[in-house]
Design a protein around this ligand. Structure first.
Ligand SMILES: Nc1nc2c(c(=O)[nH]1)N[C@H]1C(S)=C(S)[C@@H](COP(=O)(O)O)O[C@H]1N2
Ligand SMILES: [Mo]
Length: 426
C-alpha cells in the first residue's frame, strides 16, 4: 500500500468518524479536522511489538502514568507520621469505591503487622460466657457484605476559621468507601450471650485495638446490635495492614475513630469508659467553651471533586462535567444541588445511582461552561430531610472552637483560566 493511499483512506475514515461523533455528543464536536493525526494514521510503538506477558505483575499496581493518584499528608498538621493522617486523592477518583491502596490512613501509633495466626479477639465483661475467637473462628460465622463510607471526624476540620487547604484531597480526603465483608457484631455478642447484661438499653461495648494506642472507644449497645460489622475483607480482598489487617470494626455512619483497627477486645459494660478518644479528643467545643460529647454520627455532606484546585478545567469553554461526592451517616443521599454562583442559584445534580445507606453517592452536573468565573458549591440532602448547612449556619450553632464534624458547604473559585482555589463564601 502506498503511503499516500494509506493516508487518504485513514483520513476519510477519520472524518466520517468525527462527523458521527459530532452528531451525538457535544464535547466530541471539537474534533480536530486540521490534518492527519499521526496517532491515528501512523503505526505506533505499542502496536509494533508485544506488550507485557501475563504475570508481569502477579499483583497489579496502577500504571505509572497514574503515579500522582496517591495518598498525601500535610506535614505541618502533625508532629510525626506515626500519630498522623493522610488523605484520599478524591479529586482524581470517580465512581464511589475507594481502592484500598489510596484510601486515607489514620494511625495513633503506626500501622502494625499482625498475622492471622497471632490474631485473637476477646469478648468479655457482662456476657454469659467470655470468649476468645481466632481468625479461623470468625470465618465460620455467617457473613454479610455492605458498602459504607468511613470519615474521620476531623475531615474538613482545618476549615473552621476560613479557607485553608487548597485541594479537595486535603479539605475532604479523610474519607473512604469500601465494600466490607464480615460478621455482624450482634452475631458475636449473641454467641457470648447477653443474658448477663440484663436490660440492654443502657449498656455499652468498649472496643479496643491491638496497637500500642489501642484507640479504645465506647459504643452504645443499640448501635452495637444494629449494623456494626467485624470485618476482614474490603473490596473483596484482605484488609490492608494500614486499614487494620486482619480484622477491623465497621461502624456505619459514625465517626472514623470508632472503626477500631486490629480489633482485639470487646467488653460489654454498664457504663461508657470516657476514654481519651471520647473526651479530650473527638468532642466538639462550642463558642461558650463547653464541649459536646457523643457526637458520633457524621451528618450529610458533599464536595465537588472536579473541577477543584488539584483538578482544574483544562479544556476551555464548552461542555463541562462537574462531579463530586455526597454522603450521610444518617441514611441515603436523596438529592444534591450544585451552584455555580456561590449559592445564589442552584441546579439539581444527577445522581449516578440512587443513594445508598451510609455510603458515598456520586453526582454529576453535565453543563456548559461559558468560560467565566464560577463559585462552585454543592449541597447534599439525605432521606431524613436534613440539608447540608452553609459555613455561616454551622458557625451560628457551633462557634469556631471546633475541630471535628465540619460538614459545611464548600466553595471552589474557578477562574477564567480554569484554575480553581479554595475560598470561603459563608
Ligand atoms: N486500633 C486503632 N484503630 C483506629 C485508629 C488507630 O489509631 N488505632 N485510628 C482511628 C481513626 S481516628 C480513624 S479516622 C480510622 C481511620 O481508618 P483508616 O486508617 O482505615 O482510614 O481508624 C480508627 N481506628
Ligand atoms: Mo479519625
Amino acid at each position: 500500500m502506498s503511503e499516500s493511499f494509506k493516508t487518504k483512506t485513514s483520513r476519510r475514515a477519520f472524518l466520517r468518524g468525527s462527523a458521527a461523533m459530532a452528531a451525538g455528543a457535544v464535547a466530541a464536536g471539537q474534533a480536530r479536522a486540521a490534518g492527519p493525526d499521526p496517532l491515528i494514521t501512523e503505526v505506533q510503538p505499542w502496536a509494533s511489538g508485544l506488550g507485557d506477558p501475563v504475570d508481569a505483575a502477579p499483583y497489579g499496581l496502577p500504571i505509572e502514568h497514574e503515579g500522582d493518584v496517591i495518598r498525601r499528608n500535610v506535614e505541618w498538621l502533625t508532629a510525626d507520621t506515626y500519630s498522623s493522617i493522610n488523605f484520599t486523592p478524591i479529586h482524581a477518583l470517580d465512581g464511589t469505591i475507594t481502592p484500598q491502596g489510596c484510601a486515607f490512613e489514620r494511625h495513633h501509633s503506626g500501622a502494625i503487622d499482625l498475622r492471622k495466626k497471632d490474631y485473637r479477639l476477646m469478648i468479655n465483661g457482662l456476657v454469659d460466657t467470655p470468649l476468645v475467637f481466632t481468625y479461623a473462628d470468625l470465618e465460620r460465622f455467617p457473613r454479610e457484605n455492605h458498602v459504607y463510607f468511613c470519615e474521620c471526624a476531623a475531615n474538613t476540620g482545618m476549615e473552621w476559621k476560613g479557607a485553608q487547604l487548597n485541594g479537595a484531597q486535603f479539605t475532604h480526603g479523610m474519607i473512604h468507601n469500601m465494600e466490607y465483608t464480615g460478621v455482624t457484631l450482634r452475631t458475636l455478642l449473641e454467641e457470648a450471650g447477653l443474658g448477663a447484661a440484663g436490660d440492654l438499653s443502657d449498656k455499652w461495648v468498649y472496643v479496643e485495638g491491638a496497637d500500642a494506642s489501642s484507640n479504645g472507644r465506647s459504643i452504645p449497645m443499640d448501635k452495637a446490635l444494629d449494623d456494626v460489622l467485624v470485618a476482614f475483607k474490603a473490596n473483596g480482598e484482605a484488609l490492608r495492614k494500614e486499614h487494620g489487617y486482619p480484622v477491623r470494626l465497621v461502624v456505619p455512619g459514625w465517626e472514623g475513630n470508632m472503626w477500631v483497627k486490629w480489633l482485639r477486645r470487646i467488653e460489654v459494660m454498664s457504663n461508657a469508659v470516657e476514654s481519651r478518644e471520647e473526651t479530650s479528643k473527638y468532642t466538639d467545643t462550642l463558642a461558650n467553651g463547653i464541649s459536646r460529647k457523643w457526637t458520633w454520627v457524621m451528618d450529610a455532606k458533599s464536595v465537588i471533586t472536579s473541577p477543584s484546585p488539584q483538578a482544574p478545567i483544562t479544556h476551555g469553554p464548552g461542555a463541562l462535567v462537574i462531579s463530586g461526592l455526597a454522603w450521610s451517616g444518617r441514611g441515603a443521599i436523596t438529592r444534591v444541588d450544585v451552584s455555580l454562583d456561590g449559592g445564589i442559584s442552584w441546579q439539581t445534580a444527577r445522581l449516578a445511582k440512587p443513594g445508598e445507606d451510609k455510603a458515598l453517592t456520586r453526582f454529576y452536573l453535565d453543563t456548559h461552561w461559558d468560560g467565566s468565573e464560577m463559585l462552585l458549591q454543592s449541597r447534599a440532602m439525605d432521606d431524613t430531610g436534613y440539608v447540608q448547612p452553609t459555613k455561616a449556619q454551622l458557625r451560628d450553632v457551633r462557634g469556631e472552637n471546633s475541630i471535628y464534624h465540619n460538614n459545611c458547604i464548600q466553595t471552589w473559585w474557578v477562574r477564567e483560566t480554569g484554575e480553581a482555589e479554595n475560598v470561603e463564601v459563608s
